[in-house]
Ligand binder design. Sequence first.
Ligand SMILES: O=C(O)C(=O)C[C@]1(C(=O)O)C=C[C@@H](O)C=C1
Length: 105
Amino acid sequence: MTRIAPCASLAEVRLHIDRLDRQLVALIAERGAYVRQAAGFKKTVAEVPAPQRVAEVLARVQAVALEAGAEPAVVDATWRAMIAAFIDSEQRHQAALHPPSPHAH
Ligand SMILES: O=C(O)C(=O)C[C@]1(C(=O)O)C=C[C@@H](O)C=C1
């Protein structure tokens, strides 16, 4: 685990939190770019949610949380919320890439 700096004030704690949030947002941007590529491999909006894959990701991040000393409940809640938002974003992206045909009735 990363060595944690003991802080002398709440302001110092918050500087570390702000620094880590910048890194986390950069990682979310990178993850999002790959999620958008996933949309290109799916033919319909209905194909976007992949519950089996979501279950695998949630199980894997629980194992990583244990290794890293992260609180499992925090990691689980964060990943569930993040993947729900990515599914929403991927569905919008998929619909823009492959608009349903006007003749498909
Ligand atoms: O793995 C995929 O198929 C993805 O589109 C990525 C991702 C994810 O954010 O991890 C998003 C949507 C699916 O429900 C499964 C997983």
